[in-house]
Design a protein around this ligand. Sequence first.
Ligand code: DGT
Ligand code: CA
Ligand code: CA
Length: 592
Amino acid sequence: MAQFPSVAACAPSAASHRMPSGNAEVSAVFVEIAQLLEVQGGNPFRIRAYRNAARMLDALGQDVRTLADKPDALDALPGIGQDLAGKITEIVKTGSCALVERLRKELPPGMAELLKIPGLGPRRVHALYQELGVETPQQLRQAAQQGRVRSVQGWGPISEQRILAAITRMQRKDRRYRRDTLEPVAQALLDDLHAMPGVHQALAVGSLRRGSDTVGDIDLLVTAEKPGKLMDRLSHSKEVQLVLAKGVIRCSLLHRSGVQIDVRAVAPVSWGAAALYFTGSKAHNMAMRRLAQSRGLKLNEYGLYRGRQRIAGTTEESVFAALGLAFIAPELREDRGELAAAASAALPHCVRLCDLQGDLHAHTTDSDGVDSLEAMAAAAQALGLHYLAITDHGSLLGPPHGLDENALLRQIDRIDAINARGGNFLLLKGVEVDILEDGSLGLPDALLRRLDLVVAAVHSGFELGREQQTDRLLRAMDRPCFSLLAHPLGRLINERPPCDIDLLRLLRKARERGCFLELNAQPVRLDLSDLACRMAKSEGVLISINSDAHSAAQLGYLRWGIAQARRGWLEPGDLLNTRTADALRALLKSTM
Ligand code: DGT
Ligand code: CA
Ligand code: CA
């Protein structure tokens, strides 16, 4: 039988105080029974009896488990008659009771989901069912969109809008967005804010500022002379679909794209403390607060305090300094050792875009790119890069799978001719070759040897088991020509999960073999992850941040890779493509 989540699981936790755990379990079942009876339109006295019993158990200092099987003792508890005493014993012994099981089965499965929607209690669920036949969140959403909910007793147009927003939020709660899709939205909002009179500072905070590859919502922090007015103006923006909550110093909005925007206004003296707090992460904030406490100080979003005196908080720097810490870059604020590092001058000097000397993975019109080899070279040069590896797909099958032997040889000649013209920009001759399922490569070694580098990647068989997938890659690394493993885990954000790979074994092999791993900067990939980058660093394997550009414009993707690398604590020395062309060529030569 299909199991739907129990209603108790979403009831507000009555069990948050220090009560004996047996009581919490019984109380939760009683609350669920009361809710289920209410949804069914059951006898109000019976419903109240269950609620009262649940409340009594929560407050009872004695563990109900010690009373089970003692009907007299149970009977003596306030509000507990024979019937409830029997249920308590049943729940203590079995963890459940026949009544709740039966009620759950009688309830259409979607109704349990309905009860999870904030603002929807059992009585309203019952009324919606009676009057509109609504049994699921989907049906409720549809009814609200059609304006039918407002006609139900106790509802109106505003509560109808609210419930629609609540459903949208609930259904999107676990949704995470690619950072590149939200950054322009945040930037447009910041531009609007900066243009508003009386706004002095505005900053995107939260995971967006920390450079996370995926982002749950947009968090904005502002200082404004009249914050209340600002919140009004923002909520009337044509970009805003719905106002979820609005106060004088904060508001939550639903952008027309569906993403939530949280805006918070603070006083200028609290700017730094608030920027710290709302940039997060939560774990980092907690570690900072613990550190402050250990020094007899208090840290919150308003400032750093000794007693009632604010000793820092106008800037982030002031807070870090007062705690004896160096400034911690937002990308590092994950409670992954950054506080200890900041206290002992051991923070990484995270790589910056300007540290990159070149890009080792790019496509042209010779395979599936949209710009010519020459255009790609010119664009890379315009970005200030000193080298670019041309790595079109190569395959013995020829087009559309990739360049065959002849096409690749022709491309090699063209690149040699361009390089022969001199100048201080270098085109590297490469190929992106398939790693086949047995770990061999899709082109013969004799051909690969003619190149400067071989970028190898998995393009099929993503679902192989851990052992087989790892062995496949280890075998590929054993091939005589293997420079770089491209998009190592194969994940596509929100589209394809990462392959199951023993990354540690892979890194140790790469180290022993002297080959490299890519951090693919395509915003849909960002593969390796931040933690994987850090693992590579500690294993001593150099990483190449590559755009995998399929057009000249996509060379700009490098910046997404930089953010990910920074989150992985990578410094210029941990990267392959921060080297000069000469140093790079020497490193690549040993892979071929
Ligand atoms: P997200 O939105 O899931 O990608 O991640 P964040 O980190 O942006 O999280 P969000 O939007 O819930 O909150 C923004 C920041 O506000 C978060 O990074 C830290 C701070 N914050 C929010 N709630 C709490 C909390 O309960 N405790 C602490 N210490 N900080 C919080
Ligand atoms: Ca957020
Ligand atoms: Ca938020």
